[in-house]
Write a protein that binds this ligand. Structure first.
Ligand SMILES: Nc1ncnc2c1ncn2[C@@H]1O[C@H](COP(=O)(O)OP(=O)(O)O)[C@@H](O)[C@H]1O
Ligand SMILES: [Mg+2]
Length: 249
């Protein structure tokens, strides 16, 4: 009988090592991220919280390979996006990462169905299979009845569902969302969180920036960022410090 089998479910999909991002604006550079190191396991769901201006969007843009770090190393799904050419990076992004934003950014003149089909069409898929896949994605987010609606005929919560369905087109391994519930009321925010949880169960790695404690608490891990630095995990140091000292003695 084999007893020493170690099953490792937790492979890393994101690794940041000593990442610095400095914006040069005028003659006063802004250090938006200061030596950030971070690993995220495949299939994990992570919320990033922090005050305005703390570097949350900058971090998300680097995770999504929309921008390059000033220094440090980033590995996403086994690749270093900063080492790819622009064309390779764009292809990598299309196939690996889905984005959701606070403002939805839907195409106003396209139906919900065509908004979701668009990334697949841009990725070379023919119209018919793209529309069939879009229809299924809209069904998954509870919008089977609204496929023909234009964004202006949808509520905020519904628009964000369309945006999430669109982000899941091309079947990305990683879903990134920047304040996805920022424009939604409590009820819609809660239902969007439920949707993210459903996606995670399907194996997608979900990383969400949020100001909303209730949203953050629905995620497996909450990362706090302040002034460009990740804060240590929330442990009650007053209680743990003496115990740790004793254990190390
Ligand atoms: N494109 C940019 N050019 C110059 N400064 C920027 C740029 N983007 C962000 N910053 C600055 O970097 C810091 C972090 O910004 P950001 O990542 O957007 O924070 P958050 O999303 O947490 O509000 C802020 O001081 C912001 O003003
Ligand atoms: Mg931001």
């Amino acid at each position: 009988m084999v007893l020493h089998v170690r099953i490792n479910f937790m492979s890393e999909i994101v690794t940041l090592h000593d990442v610095v991002k400095t914006y040069k604006k005028g003659d006063q550079p802004v250090k938006a991220l200061k030596n950030v190191s971070l690993t995220i396991a495949e299939g994990e769901s992570v919320a990033i919280m922090g005050p305005s201006g703390s570097g949350k969007s900058t971090l998300l843009q680097l995770l999504g390979s929309l921008d390059k770090p000033t220094s440090g190393d980033i590995q996403i799904d086994g690749k270093s996006p900063q080492k790819l050419s622009d064309a390779e990076r764009s292809k990598f992004r299309k196939n690996t990462i889905g984005f959701v934003f606070q403002q939805f950014y839907l195409q106003p003149f396209l139906s919900a169905l065509d908004n979701v089909a668009l990334p697949m069409r841009l990725n070379g898929m023919k119209a018919k299979p793209a529309r069939a896949a879009a229809s299924e994605l809209l069904e998954n987010v509870g919008l089977a009845a609204k496929t023909k609606h234009a964004p202006s005929e949808l509520s905020g919560g519904e628009m964000q569902r369309v945006a999430i369905a669109r982000a899941m087109a091309n079947n990305p391994k990683i879903l990134l969302a920047d304040e996805p519930t920022g424009n939604l009321d409590r009820k819609n925010a809660d239902s969007i969180v439920e949707l993210f949880q459903k996606l995670r169960v399907d194996g997608t790695t979900v990383i969400v920036v949020t100001h909303d404690e209730k949203v953050a608490n629905a995620f497996q891990r909450v990362i706090h960022i302040e002034n460009g630095s990740l804060q240590p995990a929330n442990i009650n140091t007053q209680e743990t410090a003496p115990v740790l000292e004793e254990m190390q003695a």
